[in-house]
Design a protein around this ligand. Structure first.
Ligand code: FES
Ligand code: FES
Length: 234
């Protein structure tokens, strides 16, 4: 291989560079964030990899957590790295909320936190300290379905059903948001800034955080549309 004369000679690792490496690991473990790695001169990809490695090897930091889930109080001790989704699925056996992407991109993990929809894969369990969480298991029962659950059933708003718990939690929150007069980008486009009508365009926009790989969108929109026509109050 030809070498440019300005290229530095390859360096053997020295004790000093090993110390720098340890310090970098420790720093990343302590901060646990990618931006810390970038600040240390790593590429974003390398920083993300380092942060993941540092986080995986760091000792757990266990803290007390008091949380209400589907109206039942839980007093737990959790690792600060535990996501709300993992708490529900892995620790409390509430497997209705699904893990699709674990990156906040599909909405399969949507639950209600104090009545607002959140991606539970992106929510740390400790961030829900003292909160009221409602999952699909808390919306209705097989013998007493919620209005949203009934509407999805009546309109065949699902195929494989994997995205459905998240879709139904989202639709439930959407109705509350509409009642509060909250706006979407469609409301601004149509100029309806007071009591926006929940049209099909509004439904598609407001449900756009919930992906359905089966493509059951027409029936999902029809199910939510019926909810809006009936008021959708639980
Ligand atoms: S699993 Fe949370 S958004 Fe996909
Ligand atoms: S029904 Fe299969 S992913 Fe939506």
């Amino acid at each position: 291989m030809t070498r440019c004369t300005d290229d530095p000679e390859p360096q053997e690792p020295t004790q000093e560079s090993a110390d720098v490496e340890i310090t970098r690991r420790e720093f990343l473990a302590a901060s646990g964030v990618v931006s810390a790695g970038v600040a240390l001169g790593l590429s974003p990809e390398a920083a993300a990899q380092e942060a993941r490695r540092a986080s995986a090897t760091a000792p757990p930091n266990m803290v007390p957590l008091s949380i209400s889930i589907n109206k039942q109080r839980h007093n737990l001790t959790v690792d600060t790295r535990t996501s709300l989704l993992d708490l529900l699925r892995e620790h409390l056996d509430l497997t209705g909320s699904k893990k699709g992407c674990d990156h906040g991109q599909c909405g399969a993990c949507t639950v209600l936190l104090n009545g607002r929809r959140v991606n539970s894969c992106l929510t740390l369990a400790v961030a829900a300290q003292g909160a009221e969480i409602t999952t699909i298991e808390g919306l209705g029962t097989p013998d007493n379905l919620s209005l949203a659950q009934r509407s999805f059933l009546e309109h065949d708003g699902f195929q494989c059903g994997y995205c459905t718990p998240g879709q139904i939690c989202s639709a439930t929150a959407l109705m509350d948001e509409a009642r509060r007069g909250e706006l979407s980008v469609i409301s601004f486009e149509t100029g309806r800034l007071h009591n926006p009508q929940i049209t099909e365009d509004e439904i598609r926009e407001r449900m756009s955080g919930n992906i359905c790989r089966c493509g059951a969108y027409p029936n999902i929109v029809a199910a939510v549309r019926q909810l809006t026509l009936t008021g959708g109050a639980e």
